[in-house]
Write a protein that binds this ligand. Structure first.
Ligand code: TXA
Ligand code: MG
Length: 374
């Protein structure tokens, strides 16, 4: 339930502007992504300071924020998302000075990554300070930190005057939210406020890099491609779980989030990978066999290949020549298929390079590793 002890009465929010509505007790407020209204930001920041939960836009996906130094508030994030308690949360900062509040030391590799990619979709895992509540990091001795590249997020952190712990603002296991409506669908009635600044630009989450190991390791591919990180660091490993195409043992995984089912729509998802003409033939074959059984079939395809399908509900992620467009639309289309109540989604694989690596990591996990090699 939304926080009771937050007093809203004196807040100067104009309910007549049309930017403000209430959905099951959760305040939903439209805010400009380019020039956020500071009255609205201050209102949201006050909720954070008083221990409430605010969903806010970042350049990747919407986050569900709480004061990182308030363990009760962070506990509420786990409750409302129904998130497994062993999955740690990323802490968001608006300045490099705030990193010192969170991390004991900042290795040289981390400095280089921050200089190159902050603000942006890059998260670094650092040794945590003792003062940071253990609930944030699920008991790990490291804390994952990122500075988002979004005016609303940065202004909110700045005004709150505290680093903000924020996982993606979806129910655990569901596709991450790339619009405020996605957050409403999952969390309305459970949180205090949603800041709606329109669809997010990148559409997949940040890249998580563990810089406490040598060489540094990418634990989750994301908005900053592996290739770019390698350019900056010289040497970087991709954790085997991050690129797995079958269920992998995660004993000793540095990122407990790796082992949970993720990004999954309600429908069964099948990923078909291989040479593109073989992929199309295979998808048609699988689609037809399910249609014969009376199933509702969705096909997740690309601009170049979409006309090859004359059966099922066909949705294009974007152009294969623009993998960032594919990343941007991925979670949105998975949710659309759920809204249309398809029984099965068959997805074309995309190249494992640039943002395609993050896309394939999400698709493979969402399928529960039901992967057909064509
Ligand atoms: O783009 C993003 O990263 C979005 C926006 C809201 O910033 N956030 C996000 O958070 O995706 P979440 O909670 O959905 O994913 C956090 C990931 C999980 O895979 C988690 O296991 C990992 O980061 N993580 C968090 N703390 C960690 C730590 N100390 N060490 C290793 N991995 C960590
Ligand atoms: Mg998430």
């Amino acid at each position: 339930m939304p926080t009771k002890n937050v007093r809203y009465a004196r807040m100067a929010l104009n309910e007549k502007t049309g930017r403000f509505s209430i959905c099951k007790g959760t305040r939903v407020v439209k805010v400009s992504p380019l020039k956020p209204d500071m009255d609205i930001i201050r209102f949201a920041a006050k909720i954070i300071r008083r221990g409430g939960l605010v969903a806010f836009p970042t350049e990747t996906v919407y986050g569900l924020g709480a004061d990182a130094f308030n363990p009760k508030a962070v506990m509420k994030i786990f409750e409302v998302k129904e998130r497994p308690a062993d999955n740690p949360i990323i802490v968001h900062v608006s300045s490099k000075a705030q990193v010192r509040m969170l991390a004991k030391e900042v290795p040289e590799e981390a400095e280089r990554l921050m200089d190159a990619f902050w603000p942006g979709p890059l998260t670094v895992a650092l040794r945590k300070v003792d003062e940071l509540p253990g609930v944030v990091t699920a008991g790990l001795d490291t804390v994952a930190v990122r500075m988002p590249n979004h005016k609303v997020a940065l202004a909110l952190i700045e005004e709150a005057g505290t680093p903000i712990a924020a996982p993606s603002a979806n129910l655990a296991g569901k596709p991450s939210p790339t619009t405020a409506q996605h957050v409403i669908d999952d969390l309305a009635g459970r949180i205090d406020m949603i800041l709606d600044a329109g669809p997010t630009r990148i559409g997949v989450e940040s890249t998580v890099v563990d810089v406490t190991s040598s060489p540094p390791q990418i634990l989750r591919p994301g908005g900053i491609p592996y290739e770019k990180i390698k350019e900056v660091l010289g040497e970087v490993k991709l954790h085997p779980v991050a690129v797995a195409d079958r269920p992998t043992s995660v004993a000793g995984a540095r990122s407990p989030g790796m082992k949970h089912r993720h990004y999954a729509p309600n429908a069964q998802l099948i990923v078909v990978e291989g040479e593109i003409n073989n992929v199309i033939a295979k998808i048609l074959e699988i689609a037809n066999s399910h249609l014969k059984e009376g199933k509702k079939v969705g096909i997740l395809t690309t601009d170049e290949t979409k006309d090859s399908y004359n059966v099922g509900i066909v949705k294009s992620l974007g152009s294969r020549r623009n993998l960032s467009s594919i990343a941007r639309n991925l979670f949105k289309l998975l949710r659309e298929f759920d809204d249309e109540k398809v029984d099965i989604i068959i997805a074309e694989g995309v190249p494992l390079k640039d943002l395609g690596l993050a896309v394939m990591n999400r698709l493979r996990k969402a399928s529960g590793f039901i992967i057909v090699k064509a």
